[in-house]
Write a protein that binds this ligand. Structure first.
Ligand code: HDE
Length: 709
């Protein structure tokens, strides 16, 4: 049994601050017992309320100030607690305890998020997902604040406000919410070709994950690992989900937004509550310092990934999320991530995007959480002991003792005292700097088209077709022809056929050239010609890691299976399938014509998970229909069951039926798909399990496009 890292465990630390109202009296904030919290104090039974009523005033004042500003980006998020375990020491590269001590169980808090939408927006927006991890290590807190895509839109922090202003709702009308499909975004994107790589990832299925538990995470920037000898290596961090990388389709995403806009939040919560703990392996791509310039791109350019074929990902440990927060606001809302939080053994690079982030996060926490004491909020407290001379400020909750709050001192015995580097003190990596102070962009950052094209080439046909549809949807929502045409030209730099297909859908043609210079991400005095994108290079034909067709398909754990049934369903069918699926940790739910309970042919009552009127097919991964004539007759009389089945077919999910269940399928479009490998009639449960594990049968995508649901 591994010990939980830290001088004190994070769980024990949080417990000190947790309060439980169970068996307690209601009091004021001052601890005065209350006997009526329903009526204000009045001058006479029908008279006006009195200012003197301190109980009323306290209750209302507290309520008036409940909200804090939402995050300017990543406002919508969900968090969970867990731990990280290291498989093998990588002391060769890093001296960080978290990377050298395999006996530790380092506590973590993770927050997943969308970027553009407000706090109450849908989980299913087409968007990048934040993947922020706070490691409470013995040597201090390390935050790895990443995304679910390995690259970013821009190369320099200076452009971040422009990028975000362009994607947020347009300032004159505050439309659209949580959507990139509008003019200002594409106006900016089409003038800023460095965005194209992240932009095509945004058009891919990565932007509409099936679950937070089924997406990858990336630190994006090159960081540094530093060992005991002070030697450094470049490193890129990867999170690989144990369940593989899976997504929903855009049609499902829009429908899920209506049926359950908390879909991802609920999924994370329920998986943890049911003991199906989400897991990711941590991988590192390591590049020796001397190889810095050996690539066709710049390691300091956050719009580039290092293909895994060029530098393999070495898996070094695993993160498990095993506890939901006790209180959303106190933990998930108040958690403050700072890319600047690093520990000895990890260091920054000169990536100009990372450098800007090192300033921004602390700055934004000051206005969001209101005080430089935000580190004292329980979720933000390190487990390493903190002693410093920072003092006072709003909401100081500690009581620092002593006469001194400066260094050096004699009056405080020289404390808190300094530590030697050999004793674990942080020291910045001593990087040789040789250059002049300059406001410009390195020429080595100038390749904008090679990697978006590599990404597109690496996708399976079904993924490519999703990208074409996404571009057509997003640009179709734009009103300005010149913006769409500029985008079409950009897309043609990725792939001509893709651009032609999107142009056809928009009723436009792909322009051969565009009049104005495409790259306007430069200063007024710069020579525009010097800043045009460099020619597209092919240094790798395809990278298998970029396609979701090459992910894991070996588990159906936590997949939700809708059992369509009514009174009289065949118990033998039901029992056999349910126990086979549950043995694989899938979740089975009866969907019936009504709520309450239904009876099987053996006369037993079974609780209904949801009545057909309250649920939708898009909330499930597969359908099973047990036999039983009266059950099938009842389902057949309720038209929404047929819609449910047709949609499931169209979304390429697995469908199984036994005995009379086939009759219901014959009343739907499934009757033409009986040879489909994920349509299983009177088949062994194992075949159904295998089909669900495949996530989708994309082979049927084209033929089912015309199904009118
Ligand atoms: Fe962030 N980003 N960001 N970002 N970011 C914030 O900090 C910022 C960037 C990311 O769950 C803010 O606490 C700048 C890249 C995540 O609480 C803010 C730049 C990556 C989260 C901020 C970037 C991210 C944030 C808003 C360009 C992936 C949510 C609230 C230089 C590697 C963390 C907050 C959470 C949040 C600034 C670019 C990831 C304003 C200036 C690249 C996951 O400080």
């Amino acid at each position: 049994m591994k010990k939980e890292d830290g001088k004190q465990s994070k769980t024990a630390q949080l417990k000190q601050f947790t309060i439980d109202p169970k068996n307690q009296e209601l009091t004021t904030r001052q601890g005065v017992k209350v006997n009526d919290t329903n009526n204000s104090l009045k001058a006479g039974i029908r008279g006006s309320s009195l200012l003197e009523d301190f109980i009323l005033r306290e209750k209302i004042t507290s309520f008036d100030h409940e909200r804090i500003p939402e995050r300017i980006v990543h406002a919508r998020g969900s968090g969970a607690h867990g731990y990280f375990e290291l498989y093998d020491s990588i002391s060769r590269y890093s001296k960080a305890g978290i990377f050298t001590d395999t006996s530790r169980k380092t506590p973590v808090f993770v927050r997943f998020s969308t970027v553009a939408g407000s706090k109450g927006s849908t989980d299913l927006a087409r968007d990048v997902r934040g993947f922020a991890v706070k490691f409470y290590t013995e040597e201090g807190t390390w935050d790895l604040v990443g995304n679910n895509m390995p690259i970013f839109f821009i190369q320099d922090a200076m452009k971040f406000p422009d990028l975000i202003h362009s994607v947020k709702p347009e300032p004159n009308k505050e439309i659209p919410q949580a959507a990139s499909a509008h003019d200002t975004f594409y106006d900016f994107i089409s003038l800023t070709p460095e965005t194209l790589h992240n932009q095509i990832w945004l058009m891919s299925d990565r932007a509409i994950p099936r679950s937070f538990r089924m997406m990858e995470g990336f630190g994006i920037h090159s960081y540094r690992l530093v060992n005991e000898k002070g030697e450094a290596h470049f490193v890129k961090f990867h999170w690989k989900p144990v369940l593989g990388v899976h997504s929903v389709t855009w049609d499902e995403a829009t429908k899920i937004s209506g049926a359950d806009s908390d879909f991802h939040r609920r999924d994370l919560w329920e998986a943890i509550e049911s003991g199906q703990f989400p897991e990711w392996e941590l991988g590192v791509q390591i590049v020796p310092e001397e190889d810095e310039h050996k690539f066709d791109f710049d390691l300091l350019d956050a719009t580039k990934l290092i293909p895994e074929e060029m530098v393999p990902v070495k898996v070094i440990g695993k993160m498990t999320l095993n506890k939901n927060p006790d209180n959303f606001f106190a933990e998930t809302e108040q958690v403050a991530f700072l890319p600047g939080n690093i520990v000895p053994g990890i260091d920054f690079t000169n990536d100009p995007l990372l450098q800007g982030r090192l300033f921004s996060y602390r700055d934004t926490q000051l206005s969001r959480l209101g005080s430089p004491n935000f580190h004292q909020i329980p979720i933000n407290q390190p487990v390493a002991k903190a002693h410093h001379n920072q003092r006072d400020g709003h909401m100081q909750t500690e009581i620092p003792k002593g006469q001194t709050a400066y260094f050096p001192n004699t009056l405080g015995g020289g404390c808190p005292h300094l530590s030697k580097i050999a004793e674990g003190a942080f020291s910045s990596y001593e990087e040789k700097i040789d250059g002049k102070k300059i406001r410009a962009r390195s020429e080595s950052f100038n390749d904008f088209f090679s990697q978006p094209a590599l990404f597109y080439r690496s996708l399976a046909d079904w993924e490519k077709s999703h990208v074409a549809n996404a571009y057509s949807f997003e640009l179709g929502k734009c009103n300005h022809k010149h913006i769409k045409e500029r985008m079409l030209w950009m897309i043609a730099q990725i792939d001509d056929e893709l651009a032609e297909e999107v142009a056809g859908n928009l009723g436009l043609s792909v322009p051969e050239k565009i009049e104005e210079p495409i790259n306007q991400a430069i200063g007024a005095d710069a020579n525009v010609a010097d800043y045009q994108p460099g020619p597209k290079k092919i240094y790798l034909d395809k990278s298998t890691a970029l396609s979701q067709a090459n992910t894991k398909f070996d588990s159906i754990a936590t997949r939700k299976i809708a059992f369509l049934a009514a009174d009289g369903f065949k118990m033998d069918d039901f029992k056999q399938m349910k126990s086979a699926l549950e043995a694989e940790n899938a979740v089975c739910m009866i969907i019936a014509p009504h709520g309450g309970a239904i009876k099987c042919d053996a006369g037993m009552e079974h609780p209904v998970g949801a009545s057909i009127t309250t649920t939708e097919s898009v909330l499930f991964d597969a359908i099973y229909i047990p036999g039983g004539q009266s059950s099938i007759d009842a389902l057949s009389k309720t038209p929404k069951f047929k819609k449910f089945i047709n949609e499931t077919l169209k979304h390429c999910k697995a469908i199984a039926a036994d005995n009379e269940g086939e009759e219901l399928l014959d009343e739907t479009y499934v009757k033409d798909f009986k040879d489909d490998k994920a349509v299983l009639i009177n088949a062994a449960p194992d075949a159904f399990i295998k089909a669900i594990g495949q996530h989708r049968n994309w082979d049927r995508m084209k033929e089912t496009e015309g199904i009118p649901v």
